[in-house]
Design a protein around this ligand. Sequence first.
Ligand code: UDP
Ligand code: MG
Length: 310
Amino acid sequence: MISLVIPCYNEEKNINEFFIRCQEVFDEDVEYIFINDGSQDCTYEKIQDLSRYYSHEKIIGINFSRNFGKESAMLAGLKKASGDYISVIDADLQQDPIYVLKMVDFLKCHDDYDSVACYQDVRKESKFMISCKSLFYSMINKISDTHFERNASDFRTFRKYVVDSIVEMKEYYRFSKGIFSWVGYNTYYLPYSVQERHAGITSWNFKKLTNYALDGFLSFSTAPLKLATYLGTIASLGSLIYMIIVIIQKLAIGNVISGYTTIVCLILLIGGIIMILLGIIGSYLSRTYIEVKHRPIYIIKDEINYDKDK
Ligand code: UDP
Ligand code: MG
């Protein structure tokens, strides 16, 4: 059986279309797990209608108490999934379910692979966005021990035991691209082309994407913390050399009071560096603070349970 984990945020106009498209594509048994991530529209009502209308289909609905983000929605869905092959797919039809079939077929034919991830071979985005994303991948792959495959999306299919490992990771800040890679296993990368959104608007903007990228750095690398040590060492060496110069000047020329500009520049420069480093340390500290609180990653208000509701 194939399980589809479908995070939904304000997708009322897409739920039906998505389901109909899946019906066209799949011949075998499919378990649909819709997660309503605190939508402000009638997404959950649409999911309820769907489960009533297609009561013979295995449709599960999870209703969050508020918007917790796609990462939390994915986790909730993955925990519920019981299929042999489990796919994460968006509700907006940007990711055609036909690729789920391709991924499952690939896994069926290749026992040595444990998961398949789709990546966009051609990105339909602005040049600026493409360069920002490319910079992100180059930087994170330099400073993180976890490998991040370029352009790999969350549109993936896993064997059940891979999902078991993913849900084992209990961290609050979930950067799934990193988690999928961190758990290891053999992943095959399949090219796919992204479709236009069927209806509604994307919930991602540049600010959100930047924060998401920062999440990636903070969750999967501690290299920025080492920056303090490196910069401190360089500053100390520089200071030592400058100290020797000043002492020689003092011995050779006597009491020299010039150097006001140098002192002001140095104070500003070092002050700035210290502030940046404090900011970096603060970012890690605040995350540690949130992590140790062990708050739930999401809260479920109510559920549509296929077995119970039958
Ligand atoms: N989504 C979600 N919670 C959020 C934001 C998005 O569950 O807070 C879902 C959304 O409904 C969609 C998927 O995540 O199914 C991808 O979101 P979106 O289409 O906005 O992102 P994009 O495709 O533009 O990257
Ligand atoms: Mg989308």
